[in-house]
Design a protein around this ligand. Sequence first.
Ligand code: HEC
Length: 292
Amino acid sequence: MRGDGTDFPRSGPRRLSCDDVTEIPEHLLKRSRERRASLGGDDAPADASAPAAADAPGTAVAPAAAAKAAAPAKVAPVGPPPAKPDPPSVVAYKKRKKIPVWAMMTLSILPLWGFMYVRALTPGPVVVHGPLGDGAKVFAGVCATCHGADGSGGVGRPLNNGAVLKTFPHIEDQLNLVYTGSQAYAIAGLKAYGDPALGHLGFNNAYMPAQGGALTEAEILAVVCDERYNIGGADPASPAYSAEYATWCAEDSPIYAGLQDGSITFDNITTTPAGKGVLPIGTKPRAGTGAS
Ligand code: HEC
């Protein structure tokens, strides 16, 4: 033993260390590089020879290539998890037939159309034809100033609540008064117009102005019908007035039609077929008739 650290045995087999095993001699590395370069270069993929090798079954390369080819299949499933399937109701909703735009526009104006339709069906103000309708206009325009719009009276006598029906049990006498006016009665020396028992003449020292000439005879019949059936309250359906109404004031009154076309006048009315059962009217003041 020399004691300087050099006294380990030099002879005999050399003990291998781990470093010795991994150490590759430089000339081998160089040969390896040359060999790889001859096969396709340093950068050639490791499996560059795989296609050629694959032709030879049994070589170790074929399974490796197969594994490589299979690799992408394993990768594919990786990604966002598959969407949850829709419940049937949602599927049905998505599959439903959609309403086209033109139909939506048409449907959107439906409320407007409905409004106009209902408006069209709503009856307007009732238009009464015939003597009653025509007479109401005449009364409002000519008579209401003295008799009141509702016939309750003023300068002129009240006509409503059956008053005018009491004075004139027969419509012919009322037609005569309205045509001639009440002053003509006084001038003729008569004591009353209408029912003699009532003695109506010179109401509050005033007279009823004559309408003959100012109004046509048809207009006078119309306004008298208005006074009896609209203002006076006569019931066209009652036994007392149904015959009078049909003859004089109904929409299809033959006398009203005759007065309008001129075939009937206040002076000839009893001589025409339409005048059967009708009293003379006349255009001059004459004594009136009572209820009987
Ligand atoms: C200027 C006012 C005045 C106007 C307008 C007038 N009247 Fe008179 N009317 C009178 C007066 C006043 C009397 C009462 C006459 C009398 O007592 O002599 C009367 C009486 C009457 C009577 C009789 C009533 C009764 O029971 O005694 C009738 C019917 C009548 N008028 C109808 C009419 C009609 C229809 C018109 C329109 C076409 C009309 N009057 C327009 C003033 C008027």
